[in-house]
Design a protein around this ligand. Sequence first.
Ligand SMILES: NC(=O)c1ccc[n+]([C@@H]2O[C@H](COP(=O)([O-])OP(=O)(O)OC[C@H]3O[C@@H](n4cnc5c(N)ncnc54)[C@H](O)[C@@H]3O)[C@@H](O)[C@H]2O)c1
Length: 247
Amino acid sequence: MSNRIALVTGAARGLGAVVARTFHQAGYKVALADIALEPAQQLARELSADGSSACAIRLDVTRKADFEAARDSVLERWGGIDALVNNAGASKVVPVMEISAEQFDQVINVNLRSVLFGCQVFGEYFAQRGVGRIVNIASLAGQNGGSATGAHYAAAKGGVLTLTKVFARDLAARGVTVNAISPGPLDLPIVHESVPADKLEKVIEAIPVGKLGAASYIAEVAVMLASGNAYFANGACWDINGGLYMR
Ligand SMILES: NC(=O)c1ccc[n+]([C@@H]2O[C@H](COP(=O)([O-])OP(=O)(O)OC[C@H]3O[C@@H](n4cnc5c(N)ncnc54)[C@H](O)[C@@H]3O)[C@@H](O)[C@H]2O)c1
C-alpha cells in the first residue's frame, strides 16, 4: 500500500472510472472529480465505503476556480497530491463545415482549456513541492484528424499534445513530468453509444490488431507514468491504438 494520492478528472464513468479504480488498486488514495457528482460519489463509495481512500469532488474542467477548489479540498483531506490525470473530455460528431462557433468553443473548452487549467493549477502546486506527475488523456484523433469524432475534438486533442510538451518543458527542472496518452478507439460505453453497430464492425475491421482497445491497459500506463521513478519519461505521447497510426 503506497501513500500516494491522485486526482482523476472525468472519473464518474468510462475511461476515467477505470483509471480511478486502477490507481486505487495500485494503492493510491483517489479523488474522483467530475461534473457529474452523483455517479462519482457512487464509485468513490464502492472503492472506499468510509471515504478514507476515495472521495468524489464536483469539478467542471472548464473552470480554473474548480481546479483550485479541488486541489485545496484534497490537500485538506489527505495533505498532499502526487498525480493528476486530465481525463475528462467530450465530443459530438458534427460535419466539419457545419461546426458552429458555440459548438467549437464548447468542445475546445472541455477538451483543451481543461488541460491548460489542470496543468496550470496542479503544475504550480507540484512544482512548489518539487515533485509531481501529470498525465493528459489525448486521442489518436489529435494525431490523425480522427474519423468517428468531430474536427473540433480532433483539433482540441492535437492541442493537448502541444500543451503537454510546453508544460513538460517548463516544469521539468522543478521535478514535474507531463505526458500524454493517445488512445485509439476503446471498448467503452461511449463508443458503443455513439457508433452504430454496423459502423463499429467496420471500425474494428480497420484496426490492425482487430479489436477495440482495453481501457484497463490505458489506466495501467497512466499508473506507470505517475510513479515516482517515471521521472525520465517527460513530454512524450504514448500511442496506444492497435497499430492504427504508426510513426
Ligand atoms: N472512448 C474512447 O475510445 C476514447 C479514445 C481516445 C480518447 N478518449 C478520451 O478519454 C477520455 C475519457 O473518455 P470516455 O470515453 O471515458 O468518455 P465518457 O463520455 O464516457 O466520460 C467522460 C467523463 O467526463 C465527464 N465530463 C464531461 N464534461 C466534463 C466537465 N466539463 N467537467 C468535468 N467532467 C466532465 C463526464 O461526466 C464523464 O464522466 C476523454 O478525454 C476522451 O477524449 C476516449
